[in-house]
Design a protein around this ligand. Structure first.
Ligand code: APR
Length: 172
C-alpha cells in the first residue's frame, strides 16, 4: 500500500473514502467529526442516525454528500486510559477495519485523520507507528493509496518519523 502524508484539513482532501474519528454513537462529535459534519451537510447526520452507533475499533460507511469523496467511513477510536485497556489493538483495528471496508467498497484511495490523538488523548508518538505499520501491512484488491491527513505540524512530524522508522527497518 502506498502511504502519503499531507498537512491540512481532511474536509478539503479529495479521496474515494474519508475516515471520520467518531464516537460510538456516531452523533454529536466535535474535533474532526464536527468539521466533517459541517462540511458534508445535514444529510450526513441523518444517515448516521440510521446506523445505531458503532463499537470502538469497528467501522461503518455512509455517503459523503458535499465532501469531495464517495464515502465517509466512521470509526470510533479507543479512549486512552494509560495503555492497559487494549488501546493499541483497538487503534490498529480501527485502521484495519476502515481499510477493509474501503477496499470492499471499490475505493482506490482513502484519507485518514490521526485517530484518537485529539480528544481521546492517545499519545501521538505511540499512535503514529501503529497507524503507519497497519497501513503498510495492508494489501487490498482495489485500494492503492492511503493518505494520513495531519491537521498540524506536530502531528505531521510524528507520522513522518513513523514512516522514516519503517523505511529504516526495511533497509536494515
Ligand atoms: N482535518 C484533519 N484532522 C483534523 C481536523 C480536520 N478538519 N480537525 C481536527 N483534526 C485532528 C485533530 O487535530 C487530531 O489530530 O484530528 C485528530 C483527532 O482528533 P479528534 O477529532 O479529537 O478525534 P479523537 O481523538 O479520535 O476523539 C474522538 O472527539 O470529536 C469527538 O465525536 C468525537 O467523541 C469523539 C472524539
Amino acid at each position: 500500500m502506498q502511504i502519503e502524508l499531507f498537512e491540512g484539513d481532511i474536509t478539503r482532501f479529495a479521496a474515494d473514502a474519508i475516515v471520520n474519528a467518531a464516537n460510538t454513537s456516531l452523533l454529536d462529535g466535535g474535533g474532526v467529526d464536527g468539521a466533517i459534519h459541517r462540511a458534508a451537510g445535514p444529510e450526513l447526520l441523518a444517515e448516521c442516525r440510521t446506523l445505531h452507533g458503532c463499537a470502538t475499533g469497528q467501522a461503518k460507511r455512509t455517503g459523503a454528500y458535499r465532501l469531495p469523496a464517495r464515502y465517509v467511513i466512521h470509526t470510533p477510536g479507543p479512549i486512552w486510559h494509560g495503555g492497559h485497556q487494549n488501546e493499541a489493538a483497538l487503534l490498529q483495528s480501527c485502521y484495519t477495519q476502515c481499510l477493509r471496508l474501503a477496499d470492499d467498497s471499490g475505493c482506490r484511495s482513502i484519507a485518514f485523520p490521526s485517530i484518537s490523538t485529539g480528544v481521546y488523548r492517545f499519545p501521538l508518538d505511540l499512535a503514529a507507528p501503529i497507524a503507519i505499520q497497519t497501513l503498510a501491512a495492508f494489501s487490498g484488491v482495489c485500494l492503492q493509496k492511503a493518505t494520513m491527513v495531519c491537521f498540524d505540524a506536530v502531528t505531521y512530524a510524528a507520522y513522518q518519523q513513523a514512516v522514516q522508522a519503517l523505511d529504516d527497518a526495511h533497509e536494515a
